[in-house]
Design a protein around this ligand. Structure first.
Ligand SMILES: Nc1ncnc2c1ncn2[C@@H]1O[C@H](COP(=O)(O)OP(=O)(O)OP(=O)(O)O)[C@@H](O)[C@H]1O
Length: 350
Protein backbone atom coordinates (compact mmCIF):
# COMPACT_ATOMS: atom_id res chain seq x y z
CA UNK A 1 0.00 0.00 0.00
CA UNK A 2 1.43 3.42 -0.93
CA UNK A 3 1.47 5.64 2.09
CA UNK A 4 1.99 8.90 0.24
CA UNK A 5 1.59 10.22 -3.24
CA UNK A 6 4.16 13.05 -3.48
CA UNK A 7 3.29 15.93 -5.78
CA UNK A 8 5.10 18.82 -7.40
CA UNK A 9 3.93 22.04 -5.79
CA UNK A 10 4.28 25.30 -7.66
CA UNK A 11 3.55 28.87 -6.61
CA UNK A 12 3.17 31.13 -9.66
CA UNK A 13 3.22 34.84 -8.79
CA UNK A 14 1.08 34.12 -5.74
CA UNK A 15 -0.01 37.07 -3.59
CA UNK A 16 -2.46 37.21 -0.71
CA UNK A 17 -3.99 40.28 0.87
CA UNK A 18 -5.91 40.23 4.17
CA UNK A 19 -8.66 42.85 4.01
CA UNK A 20 -7.91 45.88 1.89
CA UNK A 21 -4.37 46.71 2.97
CA UNK A 22 -2.32 43.82 4.46
CA UNK A 23 -0.30 42.23 1.69
CA UNK A 24 0.87 39.16 3.64
CA UNK A 25 2.29 37.26 0.67
CA UNK A 26 3.70 39.18 -2.27
CA UNK A 27 4.46 37.66 -5.68
CA UNK A 28 5.78 34.27 -4.55
CA UNK A 29 7.36 32.01 -7.17
CA UNK A 30 8.50 28.61 -5.88
CA UNK A 31 8.86 25.20 -7.47
CA UNK A 32 8.91 22.33 -4.99
CA UNK A 33 9.82 18.94 -6.41
CA UNK A 34 8.10 15.68 -5.39
CA UNK A 35 9.45 14.31 -2.12
CA UNK A 36 11.43 17.45 -1.29
CA UNK A 37 11.54 18.83 2.22
CA UNK A 38 11.31 22.60 1.87
CA UNK A 39 11.64 24.81 4.91
CA UNK A 40 9.93 28.21 5.02
CA UNK A 41 11.91 30.38 7.38
CA UNK A 42 11.72 34.03 8.34
CA UNK A 43 10.90 36.40 11.17
CA UNK A 44 7.48 36.73 12.74
CA UNK A 45 4.88 38.14 10.36
CA UNK A 46 6.80 37.39 7.13
CA UNK A 47 3.96 35.28 5.70
CA UNK A 48 4.90 31.68 6.54
CA UNK A 49 1.52 30.60 7.94
CA UNK A 50 -0.33 32.41 5.16
CA UNK A 51 1.56 30.31 2.59
CA UNK A 52 0.55 27.11 4.40
CA UNK A 53 -3.09 28.23 4.53
CA UNK A 54 -2.99 28.87 0.76
CA UNK A 55 -1.71 25.35 0.08
CA UNK A 56 -4.26 23.80 2.44
CA UNK A 57 -7.04 25.71 0.67
CA UNK A 58 -8.18 27.59 3.78
CA UNK A 59 -7.70 30.81 1.77
CA UNK A 60 -7.39 31.47 -1.98
CA UNK A 61 -4.64 33.52 -3.66
CA UNK A 62 -5.70 37.13 -4.26
CA UNK A 63 -3.49 37.00 -7.36
CA UNK A 64 -1.53 34.21 -9.03
CA UNK A 65 -1.96 30.45 -9.17
CA UNK A 66 -1.05 27.48 -7.06
CA UNK A 67 -0.42 24.25 -8.97
CA UNK A 68 -0.33 20.66 -7.67
CA UNK A 69 1.22 18.38 -10.27
CA UNK A 70 0.62 21.10 -12.82
CA UNK A 71 -3.09 21.54 -12.06
CA UNK A 72 -4.49 24.79 -10.67
CA UNK A 73 -6.08 23.93 -7.32
CA UNK A 74 -8.17 27.12 -7.04
CA UNK A 75 -11.44 25.24 -7.48
CA UNK A 76 -10.55 22.39 -5.10
CA UNK A 77 -11.91 22.68 -1.55
CA UNK A 78 -9.49 21.70 1.27
CA UNK A 79 -10.84 18.16 1.69
CA UNK A 80 -10.23 17.36 -1.99
CA UNK A 81 -6.65 18.62 -2.14
CA UNK A 82 -5.01 15.66 -0.40
CA UNK A 83 -2.94 18.02 1.69
CA UNK A 84 -1.98 16.87 5.20
CA UNK A 85 -1.74 19.57 7.85
CA UNK A 86 0.00 19.30 11.22
CA UNK A 87 -0.76 22.46 13.17
CA UNK A 88 1.59 23.78 15.83
CA UNK A 89 -0.63 22.47 18.63
CA UNK A 90 -1.08 19.09 16.83
CA UNK A 91 -4.89 19.51 17.43
CA UNK A 92 -5.38 15.84 18.34
CA UNK A 93 -8.73 14.54 19.59
CA UNK A 94 -7.94 13.98 23.25
CA UNK A 95 -10.97 11.75 23.86
CA UNK A 96 -9.94 9.28 21.12
CA UNK A 97 -7.22 6.63 21.20
CA UNK A 98 -4.06 6.94 19.10
CA UNK A 99 -5.43 4.49 16.49
CA UNK A 100 -8.79 6.30 16.31
CA UNK A 101 -7.05 9.66 15.87
CA UNK A 102 -5.10 8.24 12.92
CA UNK A 103 -8.20 6.63 11.37
CA UNK A 104 -10.41 9.70 11.86
CA UNK A 105 -9.88 11.27 8.42
CA UNK A 106 -10.37 7.91 6.71
CA UNK A 107 -13.70 7.44 8.49
CA UNK A 108 -14.77 10.90 7.32
CA UNK A 109 -13.89 9.83 3.77
CA UNK A 110 -16.10 6.71 4.12
CA UNK A 111 -13.18 4.28 3.83
CA UNK A 112 -14.24 0.72 4.81
CA UNK A 113 -13.45 -0.53 8.30
CA UNK A 114 -11.08 -3.19 6.96
CA UNK A 115 -9.06 -0.74 4.88
CA UNK A 116 -9.04 1.76 7.77
CA UNK A 117 -7.60 -0.84 10.11
CA UNK A 118 -4.94 -1.90 7.65
CA UNK A 119 -3.87 1.63 6.84
CA UNK A 120 -3.80 2.61 10.50
CA UNK A 121 -1.59 -0.38 11.27
CA UNK A 122 0.79 0.59 8.48
CA UNK A 123 1.02 4.15 9.79
CA UNK A 124 1.51 3.04 13.38
CA UNK A 125 4.40 0.95 12.16
CA UNK A 126 5.86 3.67 9.94
CA UNK A 127 5.79 6.18 12.79
CA UNK A 128 7.08 3.62 15.33
CA UNK A 129 4.08 3.98 17.64
CA UNK A 130 2.50 0.50 17.38
CA UNK A 131 2.81 0.04 21.14
CA UNK A 132 0.72 3.17 21.74
CA UNK A 133 -2.21 2.26 19.47
CA UNK A 134 -4.77 1.88 22.25
CA UNK A 135 -3.52 4.69 24.49
CA UNK A 136 -5.49 7.91 24.91
CA UNK A 137 -3.55 10.77 23.31
CA UNK A 138 -3.71 12.90 26.46
CA UNK A 139 -1.48 10.28 28.14
CA UNK A 140 1.37 10.75 25.64
CA UNK A 141 4.61 12.72 25.73
CA UNK A 142 5.14 15.69 23.39
CA UNK A 143 7.27 13.65 21.00
CA UNK A 144 4.74 10.81 20.91
CA UNK A 145 1.92 13.28 20.25
CA UNK A 146 3.90 14.71 17.37
CA UNK A 147 4.20 11.25 15.78
CA UNK A 148 0.48 10.65 16.14
CA UNK A 149 -0.25 14.02 14.51
CA UNK A 150 2.00 13.15 11.59
CA UNK A 151 0.52 9.66 11.23
CA UNK A 152 -2.95 11.23 11.22
CA UNK A 153 -1.94 13.73 8.53
CA UNK A 154 -0.42 10.92 6.43
CA UNK A 155 -3.54 8.76 6.73
CA UNK A 156 -5.30 10.47 3.85
CA UNK A 157 -2.36 9.78 1.49
CA UNK A 158 -1.38 13.43 1.20
CA UNK A 159 0.26 14.77 -1.91
CA UNK A 160 1.78 17.49 0.27
CA UNK A 161 2.39 17.57 4.01
CA UNK A 162 2.33 20.92 5.83
CA UNK A 163 4.13 21.18 9.18
CA UNK A 164 3.68 24.43 11.11
CA UNK A 165 6.55 24.74 13.62
CA UNK A 166 6.22 21.05 14.56
CA UNK A 167 9.01 21.26 17.16
CA UNK A 168 8.00 24.53 18.78
CA UNK A 169 5.98 22.95 21.58
CA UNK A 170 8.86 20.73 22.72
CA UNK A 171 11.55 21.55 25.23
CA UNK A 172 14.99 22.35 23.74
CA UNK A 173 16.64 19.01 24.57
CA UNK A 174 13.79 16.95 23.19
CA UNK A 175 13.64 19.29 20.24
CA UNK A 176 17.02 18.43 18.78
CA UNK A 177 16.72 14.69 19.40
CA UNK A 178 13.25 14.55 17.85
CA UNK A 179 14.29 16.68 14.91
CA UNK A 180 16.43 13.94 13.39
CA UNK A 181 13.74 11.31 14.07
CA UNK A 182 11.16 13.51 12.40
CA UNK A 183 13.33 14.10 9.33
CA UNK A 184 14.09 10.36 9.05
CA UNK A 185 10.35 9.69 9.17
CA UNK A 186 9.63 12.29 6.48
CA UNK A 187 12.36 10.82 4.26
CA UNK A 188 10.91 7.35 4.74
CA UNK A 189 7.44 8.49 3.67
CA UNK A 190 8.86 10.41 0.69
CA UNK A 191 6.10 13.01 0.98
CA UNK A 192 6.54 16.52 -0.43
CA UNK A 193 6.79 18.62 2.72
CA UNK A 194 6.53 22.31 3.55
CA UNK A 195 7.97 22.86 7.02
CA UNK A 196 7.63 26.23 8.77
CA UNK A 197 10.07 27.46 11.38
CA UNK A 198 11.56 30.75 12.51
CA UNK A 199 14.73 28.95 13.60
CA UNK A 200 17.50 29.21 10.99
CA UNK A 201 19.60 26.46 12.60
CA UNK A 202 16.66 24.08 12.28
CA UNK A 203 16.21 25.10 8.64
CA UNK A 204 19.90 24.51 7.82
CA UNK A 205 19.89 21.15 9.59
CA UNK A 206 16.94 19.53 7.83
CA UNK A 207 16.06 21.20 4.52
CA UNK A 208 16.56 20.05 0.96
CA UNK A 209 15.80 23.66 0.11
CA UNK A 210 15.12 26.74 2.20
CA UNK A 211 12.87 29.65 1.23
CA UNK A 212 13.84 32.69 3.30
CA UNK A 213 10.82 34.99 3.54
CA UNK A 214 11.03 38.72 4.18
CA UNK A 215 7.90 40.88 4.32
CA UNK A 216 5.87 38.37 2.29
CA UNK A 217 8.49 37.95 -0.45
CA UNK A 218 11.07 35.24 -1.09
CA UNK A 219 14.42 36.81 -0.24
CA UNK A 220 16.25 33.67 -1.42
CA UNK A 221 15.39 30.07 -2.34
CA UNK A 222 18.16 27.51 -2.44
CA UNK A 223 19.87 24.64 -0.67
CA UNK A 224 21.35 25.24 2.80
CA UNK A 225 24.95 25.41 1.57
CA UNK A 226 24.11 28.05 -1.05
CA UNK A 227 22.28 30.20 1.47
CA UNK A 228 25.19 29.92 3.88
CA UNK A 229 27.97 30.56 1.35
CA UNK A 230 26.27 32.83 -1.18
CA UNK A 231 23.58 34.83 0.60
CA UNK A 232 21.64 36.96 -1.90
CA UNK A 233 21.24 39.92 0.44
CA UNK A 234 22.33 41.36 3.77
CA UNK A 235 18.99 40.21 5.23
CA UNK A 236 19.63 36.57 4.25
CA UNK A 237 23.24 36.70 5.50
CA UNK A 238 22.15 38.13 8.86
CA UNK A 239 19.25 35.74 9.23
CA UNK A 240 20.91 32.51 8.05
CA UNK A 241 24.48 32.87 9.32
CA UNK A 242 24.32 35.70 11.90
CA UNK A 243 26.75 37.58 9.67
CA UNK A 244 27.89 41.15 10.27
CA UNK A 245 27.53 43.26 7.15
CA UNK A 246 30.53 45.51 6.52
CA UNK A 247 31.85 47.81 3.82
CA UNK A 248 35.29 46.99 2.46
CA UNK A 249 37.76 48.48 0.01
CA UNK A 250 38.92 46.26 -2.86
CA UNK A 251 42.72 46.12 -2.93
CA UNK A 252 43.00 43.34 -5.55
CA UNK A 253 40.61 41.26 -7.69
CA UNK A 254 40.34 38.72 -4.87
CA UNK A 255 41.10 40.75 -1.73
CA UNK A 256 39.28 43.45 0.17
CA UNK A 257 40.39 45.47 3.19
CA UNK A 258 37.83 46.03 5.94
CA UNK A 259 40.19 48.17 8.04
CA UNK A 260 43.99 48.32 7.86
CA UNK A 261 45.21 44.96 9.16
CA UNK A 262 42.00 43.03 8.40
CA UNK A 263 41.89 41.74 4.83
CA UNK A 264 39.33 39.28 3.41
CA UNK A 265 39.92 36.89 0.54
CA UNK A 266 36.92 37.16 -1.77
CA UNK A 267 35.87 35.29 -4.92
CA UNK A 268 37.85 36.74 -7.85
CA UNK A 269 34.83 37.13 -10.13
CA UNK A 270 32.92 39.79 -8.21
CA UNK A 271 33.50 42.74 -10.52
CA UNK A 272 35.75 45.77 -10.15
CA UNK A 273 33.89 48.09 -7.80
CA UNK A 274 36.22 49.68 -5.25
CA UNK A 275 33.73 49.69 -2.39
CA UNK A 276 32.03 46.36 -1.73
CA UNK A 277 29.73 44.96 0.95
CA UNK A 278 30.79 41.76 2.70
CA UNK A 279 29.05 39.30 5.04
CA UNK A 280 31.43 38.26 7.82
CA UNK A 281 30.27 35.31 9.91
CA UNK A 282 31.60 34.76 13.42
CA UNK A 283 33.30 31.57 12.16
CA UNK A 284 35.27 33.60 9.55
CA UNK A 285 37.26 35.39 12.29
CA UNK A 286 39.56 34.37 15.10
CA UNK A 287 41.70 35.81 17.85
CA UNK A 288 45.30 36.07 16.57
CA UNK A 289 48.12 34.42 18.51
CA UNK A 290 50.21 37.64 18.52
CA UNK A 291 49.15 41.27 18.91
CA UNK A 292 50.87 42.28 15.67
CA UNK A 293 49.05 39.63 13.58
CA UNK A 294 45.65 41.25 13.60
CA UNK A 295 43.62 44.36 14.17
CA UNK A 296 42.74 45.47 17.70
CA UNK A 297 39.12 44.88 18.72
CA UNK A 298 37.48 45.77 22.04
CA UNK A 299 35.16 43.11 23.49
CA UNK A 300 31.67 44.49 24.21
CA UNK A 301 29.78 41.32 25.13
CA UNK A 302 30.57 37.66 25.63
CA UNK A 303 28.25 34.67 25.57
CA UNK A 304 29.27 31.12 26.48
CA UNK A 305 27.84 28.77 23.86
CA UNK A 306 29.35 25.48 24.99
CA UNK A 307 32.18 24.75 22.57
CA UNK A 308 33.39 28.38 22.55
CA UNK A 309 32.54 31.95 23.54
CA UNK A 310 30.68 34.17 21.10
CA UNK A 311 32.22 37.62 21.46
CA UNK A 312 30.79 40.87 20.12
CA UNK A 313 33.43 43.52 19.68
CA UNK A 314 34.12 46.96 18.27
CA UNK A 315 37.12 47.87 16.14
CA UNK A 316 37.96 51.49 17.11
CA UNK A 317 36.97 53.65 14.09
CA UNK A 318 35.73 50.47 12.41
CA UNK A 319 32.79 48.08 12.40
CA UNK A 320 31.29 45.94 15.15
CA UNK A 321 32.08 42.27 14.55
CA UNK A 322 31.19 38.97 16.21
CA UNK A 323 33.67 36.12 16.48
CA UNK A 324 34.27 32.90 18.39
CA UNK A 325 36.98 32.57 21.01
CA UNK A 326 38.02 29.35 22.75
CA UNK A 327 38.68 31.39 25.90
CA UNK A 328 36.54 33.93 27.73
CA UNK A 329 37.37 37.58 27.02
CA UNK A 330 36.48 40.24 29.57
CA UNK A 331 34.25 43.07 28.39
CA UNK A 332 36.45 46.11 27.72
CA UNK A 333 39.54 44.00 26.96
CA UNK A 334 41.34 44.50 23.64
CA UNK A 335 42.45 41.47 21.60
CA UNK A 336 44.01 41.07 18.12
CA UNK A 337 41.50 39.82 15.54
CA UNK A 338 42.34 38.19 12.20
CA UNK A 339 40.60 36.44 9.35
CA UNK A 340 40.69 32.65 9.45
CA UNK A 341 42.82 31.18 6.67
CA UNK A 342 39.91 29.08 5.41
CA UNK A 343 37.31 31.87 5.68
CA UNK A 344 34.98 31.93 2.70
CA UNK A 345 33.69 35.47 2.61
CA UNK A 346 30.47 36.25 0.76
CA UNK A 347 30.24 39.44 -1.28
CA UNK A 348 26.75 40.91 -0.91
CA UNK A 349 27.14 43.89 -3.23
CA UNK A 350 29.91 44.98 -5.48
N1 LIG B 1 -6.40 36.99 9.78
C1 LIG B 1 -5.61 38.02 9.50
N2 LIG B 1 -6.11 39.25 9.26
C2 LIG B 1 -5.31 40.30 8.94
N3 LIG B 1 -3.96 40.22 8.86
C3 LIG B 1 -3.40 39.02 9.10
C4 LIG B 1 -4.18 37.86 9.43
N4 LIG B 1 -3.35 36.82 9.62
C5 LIG B 1 -2.10 37.29 9.40
N5 LIG B 1 -2.12 38.61 9.10
C6 LIG B 1 -0.97 39.48 8.78
O1 LIG B 1 -0.30 38.92 7.63
C7 LIG B 1 1.10 38.99 7.78
C8 LIG B 1 1.69 37.58 7.66
O2 LIG B 1 1.20 36.83 8.75
P1 LIG B 1 1.58 35.27 8.92
O3 LIG B 1 0.77 34.75 10.06
O4 LIG B 1 1.47 34.57 7.62
O5 LIG B 1 3.11 35.39 9.34
P2 LIG B 1 4.09 34.30 9.97
O6 LIG B 1 5.38 34.42 9.23
O7 LIG B 1 3.44 32.95 9.97
O8 LIG B 1 4.27 34.84 11.45
P3 LIG B 1 4.58 34.02 12.84
O9 LIG B 1 6.00 33.47 12.69
O10 LIG B 1 4.51 35.10 13.86
O11 LIG B 1 3.55 32.95 12.98
C9 LIG B 1 1.36 39.67 9.12
O12 LIG B 1 1.56 41.03 8.86
C10 LIG B 1 0.06 39.45 9.89
O13 LIG B 1 -0.15 40.49 10.81
Amino acid sequence: MTLTNPATLQFNQVSYQYGSDTLAVDDINLLIKPGNLVVLVGPSGCGKSTLLKLVAGLIQPTWGTLLLDGTDVASLPPQQRQVGWVPQSYALFDHLSVADNIAFGLRMQGVSRKKRRQRTENLLELCHIQALAKRAVNELSGGQRQRVAIARALAVQPRVLLLDEPLAALDPQLRSSLRSNLVALLRETGVTTLFVTHDQAEALAIADKIAVLQDGRVAQYGNPETLWNQPASAFVARFISHADIVEAHRIAADRAEIVPGLVAHIPGDTGHAQTITLALRPSDLQVAAQDDQGVAIVALASEYIGAAYLIQGQIPNGPRLSFFSPHPIQCGATVPLQMRAQANIAVIES
